[in-house]
Design a protein around this ligand. Structure first.
Ligand SMILES: Cc1cc2nc3c(=O)[nH]c(=O)nc-3n(C[C@H](O)[C@H](O)[C@H](O)COP(=O)(O)OP(=O)(O)OC[C@H]3O[C@@H](n4cnc5c(N)ncnc54)[C@H](O)[C@@H]3O)c2cc1C
Length: 465
């Protein structure tokens, strides 16, 4: 029996079918393994579909095409709409389904909680988290959208500082201006146009002043200053290079604020809130100073920003699954830099599902690279494309190395008896039957949502092509 014939008997489960899951699945499938990919969503595109604001049309489509090419494989069974931890208990999957190995490729979908005691009572009313906010923004135009609905207020406050928070504040202003332009002036401008040319330019073209729109600018609150934002990486560690990079960051943020018309509130951290009749009315901030890179809160130095919509964009963590151990919100691994999940012989984790220290550093590095490229090159789509494509290529090449070792480990394990494999086949076939799933291509074709750019295609002035 050749290697591929021998591997055929091993069934491997992968949780998550996006960048890292699809890469792992394809490598295993190509080596002869049988792979079952579970994804909580109808489609396996993860952050590409739900985290990347939908003005990145070409980038999204290219990444989706690559995922499709990997998952549409005779050795892969894709099981959509199935959340591990809810529809199937994680320990049940590990202990009772009979897989030779389980690979976690479930990314980071849990918003880091805003550290204000009691604030959660306003959740999805006046308090909104970044992941659900971007999900709403990307999908709200779909005719069958049944998710949460958000009504953006013109005194919105965004807490953040990283690149995602710039996307959030940009969405807030684009949505507000788009709506007011239409209501106040009868001018219908699509989101793609506002994003591409910037709000300032579009208002000038239509000879409308911002004041005429009766809007207030959204505020982006950050613990540090504009020059501390990771928008420009210093050339080296010299004082001059660092100072130059900081000055450039400041300049770049100012450009961004000018283009999308928002305000920046530096050196402030959220500590409390005000409310009236059970509704959030403001966020209380404490002034801080930054000394030697450390954020130091100033005693008795508080102020309030009035707001009816607070969006928290302070990072995403892996969603915790019952049965797994976590350390400081990161999955506990057997060894620090390993892909072996602690407590199990046959459970592995890849991609953004592992957010250990090294990974956070990596994210920061990528965050820096991305903002540097995008903003240095005047926020172009091309620069962003390059960054995300490079990052995803890096993720996939890392997955390739990990999978090679995982393949070796799985191959050493005894093959499951026929009746166990039959059980996997029956259970997955039952899910397919319930979902009326026939094959990958047909499923994706049937469930791909209506794209906003397609809806707008025939409209005059749309810059979405
Ligand atoms: C705007 C933007 C900013 C980014 N910034 C950074 C950055 O700063 N640093 C960085 O490292 N990366 C960043 N990324 C990169 C991004 O996270 C990666 O490009 C890539 O999407 C990660 O792939 P993944 O497969 O690990 O995770 P994901 O794309 O998140 O895919 C995980 C998949 O698992 C599925 N899933 C999750 N939980 C379950 C469950 N319980 N059961 C079944 N299925 C489940 C999800 O539906 C999803 O399909 C950014 C991406 C974008 C779009």
């Amino acid at each position: 029996m050749n290697e591929k014939e021998a591997y055929k008997k091993h069934y491997v489960a992968i949780i998550g079918g996006s960048i890292s899951g699809s890469e792992a699945a394809n490598l295993l499938a190509e080596s002869g393994f049988r792979v079952v990919v579970f994804d909580m969503n109808k489609l396996p595109y993860g952050k590409i579909e739900d985290g990347l604001p939908n003005w990145h049309v070409n980038l999204r489509n290219r990444q989706i095409k690559a995922i499709d090419a990997k998952l549409d494989h005779p050795n892969i069974r894709f099981i959509p709409n199935t959340t591990i931890g809810e529809d199937i208990d994680f320990l049940d999957l590990v202990k009772n389904w009979g897989f030779s190995a389980i690979i976690l490729a479930n990314g980071a979908w849990e918003d880091r909680k805003l550290p204000i005691p009691g604030i959660e009572k306003f959740l999805d009313k006046e308090l909104v988290y970044q992941n659900s906010f971007i999900y709403w923004f990307n999908h709200k135009h779909e005719y069958d959208y049944l998710g949460k609905n958000y009504f953006i207020k013109d005194n919105t406050v965004v807490i953040g500082g990283g690149l995602a928070s710039l996307d959030v504040v940009k969405i807030v202003m684009i949505e507000l201006v788009k709506k007011q332009l239409f209501l106040n002036k009868g001018i219908d401008v699509d989101m793609f146009t506002l994003e591409k040319y910037g709000i300032k330019q579009i208002l000038e073209e239509h000879q409308v002043s911002f004041e005429e729109l009766n809007l207030k600018k959204a505020k982006l609150v950050y613990r540090r200053t504009a020059k501390d934002m990771p928008l420009k990486t210093p050339k080296d560690n010299s004082k001059e290079s660092i100072e130059l990079a900081q000055k450039t960051s400041e300049k770049l943020l100012n450009k961004y604020m000018e283009k999308y018309l928002f305000e920046f509130v530096p050196l402030s951290m959220p500590v409390g809130f005000t409310e009236k009749n059970d509704r959030l009315t403001g966020v209380v901030l404490q002034r801080v100073v930054v000394e030697d890179g450390r954020v130091i809160p100033q005693e008795n130095d508080f102020f309030e920003l009035k707001t009816e919509m607070l969006i928290s964009s302070i990072g995403s963590l892996p969603k915790q699954l019952n049965g797994l151990e976590y350390e400081y919100s990161a999955l506990k691994m057997k060894h620090k830099t390993d892909y072996h999940v602690s407590g199990f012989e046959n459970v592995f984790a890849i991609g953004n599902a592992v957010t250990g220290k090294g990974n956070i550093q990596e994210s920061k590095r990528h965050g820096k690279q991305m903002t540097k490229i995008i903003i240095d090159k005047h926020l172009t789509e091309d620069a962003f494309e390059k960054w995300l494509t490079d990052l995803n290529n890096e993720i996939t090449s890392k997955v390739q190395n990990q999978i090679n070792t995982i393949i070796f480990e799985i191959a050493q394990k005894p093959v499951q008896p026929e009746e166990i494999i039959d059980k996997i086949l029956t259970k997955t076939a039952n899910i397919h039957k319930r979902l009326r799933y026939t094959d990958y291509k047909s499923w994706v074709k049937q469930h791909l949502p209506v794209r906003l750019e397609d809806e707008l295609k025939n409209k005059a002035n749309c810059k979405c092509q």
